[in-house]
Ligand binder design. Structure first.
Ligand SMILES: *Cc1c(COP(=O)(O)O)cnc(C)c1O
Length: 472
């Protein structure tokens, strides 16, 4: 080892010395001492190793306490900055699973805030002054909106399916079409959920065709349930045949078996009225006589993450009493937001105006275009140099396992930077305090107006201005 490096090793700052500087700079007030000491120790150790490693990519200069202290202050900054935060979804994917799926309505937010920080009547019946059920806050609304006899809510739809299967068919068989053995992404695959629920899967039919006769022949003394799964994230096209829900319900009646329909998305309004493709509404599925229906709270419903289970009284009672229900139960914040969301549905026009998912799905391309024009005016008025803006037509998607294959006409604000590449701009937009997640097409960054709300314009205008300034 040469003298220079020996000297550098001797000059490595002591932990106590670093701690004094951190205290002087106020960093010590922002983190526990043991953590700061550990960070100091690790930082000094990294420098020691770099010096010992010799002239590779190691140290070029003697280690300075200031450098180490700055590094640690940076680490504490990062730890005390919230990682989970709002972003602007400019991707055009309305139910973007990675971006938190459905945004809540203002009314749902009010409900949530109202119960969040105080006590609430979560499980207290204010009329009787006695214990109540958390499900009662949304049961009546759900029954009214769907025609179901009874309803229950849990953590998410995966939990709803697991709980329903386990409650109704544990130890026995459930019959499902081969064309419906779906994977939703992540770890949710129907055959695996079934196994975890203690239910044996009896596959019937083929990928593209399953007839009533296939279900009928599969029924045996071990059968506990007939199950239908909405193929919510793909389509089987061509030579296909699907057994109708009504036929399956009739078979269930004949054999004394309950029918479970995992709808996945669960739509409460007629989307075909707004030019979207036909999705069976929950009301129709209930009216077909389905015993149990499950769907998500944060897909087409446009509310918080939740699993909604509704249908006939007797199977719902079995589901409610299952001890597994306690493990999957919904929390009070979700419940509050869900109630606020469901109240909006009592007036469908209000639901379309308040719930962003419904608004984005049902508004005309003209409305997206008008919003795009307003954003364009604001961007041009902001005097941002080095970027060309224009408006053009494009295609948005429902996403989140809803309306597969459906192309939704939209308008895109095209952002073409002159001084940096589109991918560099897209990267900078993602690094903003309110990140903007956009698409890239060649040398353009595209902001899809279907998923951008008027109140988010401020983030886009300020964001684009700040990402361009450094190079201007
Ligand atoms: C999305 C989906 C699920 C899972 O619902 P989560 O709310 O994400 O847990 C289950 N089944 C179907 C058919 C779905 O589309």
């Amino acid at each position: 080892m040469d003298d220079r490096r020996r000297l550098w090793l001797q000059q490595l700052p002591k932990i106590d010395e670093l701690m004094l500087v951190l205290e002087g700079q106020g960093v010590a007030d922002r983190a526990p001492r043991p953590l700061l000491k550990e960070l100091c120790r690790a930082a000094v150790e990294r420098r020691r190793r770099a010096i010992l490693a010799g002239d590779g990519p190691g140290e070029e200069r003697p280690p300075s306490p200031t450098g180490i202290v700055d590094e640690i202050a940076g680490q504490i900054d990062r730890l005390t900055t919230r990682r989970l935060r709002r972003v602007v979804n400019a991707t055009g994917v309305i139910l973007h699973t990675n971006l938190g799926r459905a945004p809540l309505s203002a009314a749902a937010r009010e409900c949530l805030l109202d119960v969040a920080c105080g006590y609430s009547n979560l499980e207290f019946d204010l009329e009787r002054g006695a214990r109540g059920l958390r499900y009662d806050h949304v049961r009546e609304l759900l029954c009214l909106l769907t025609g179901a006899e009874d309803a229950l809510v849990v953590n998410n739809n995966a939990a709803a399916v697991l709980l329903a299967l386990n409650s109704l068919a544990e130890g026995g068989e459930a019959v499902v079409s081969r064309g419906e053995l779906i994977e939703i992404g992540g770890e949710f695959r129907i055959p695996e959920v079934m196994e975890k629920g203690g239910v044996r899967l009896r596959e019937v039919g083929t990928t593209n065709r399953t007839r009533l006769q296939d279900y009928r022949e599969a029924v045996n003394p071990e059968t506990r349930l007939l199950m239908k799964v909405h193929t919510s994230n793909y389509k089987i096209v061509g030579f296909t045949e699907e057994t109708s829900l009504r036929d399956l319900v009739a078979l269930g009646r004949e054999r004394g078996l309950p029918v479970l329909d995992d709808l996945g998305s669960g739509c409460l309004i007629d989307l075909d009225r707004y030019g979207r493709q036909r999705e069976p509404t929950v009301e129709e599925v209930v009216a077909a006589g389905t015993d149990v229906v499950t769907f998500s709270g944060d897909k087409l419903l446009g509310g918080p993450q939740a699993g909604i289970i509704l249908g006939k009284r007797a199977p719902l009672e079995r589901i409610r009493k299952n001890p597994l229900n306690r493990a999957l139960r919904i929390d009070k914040l979700t419940l509050a937001a869900l109630e606020g969301t469901l109240i909006a549905y009592l007036n469908p026009r209000q639901a379309r105006a308040e719930l962003r998912v419904l608004k984005a799905l049902t508004e005309t391309p003209g409305e997206a275009q008008a919003r795009g024009k307003r954003l364009l005016r604001k961007l041009r008025a902001a005097g941002i140099n080095g970027i060309d803006f224009s408006l053009r037509e494009g295609v948005a998607a429902a996403g989140g396992g809803s309306l597969p294959g459906q192309e939704i006409p939209t308008f895109l604000v095209s952002v073409t930077p002159r001084t940096l590449s589109a991918s560099r701009l897209e990267e900078r937009l993602r690094a903003l305090p309110v990140p903007i997640v956009a698409r890239i097409d060649g040398e353009e960054v595209l902001l899809d107006m279907r998923t951008v709300a008027e109140e988010e314009f401020v983030f886009i205008v300020a964001g684009l201005r700040s990402v361009i300034l450094p190079d201007a």
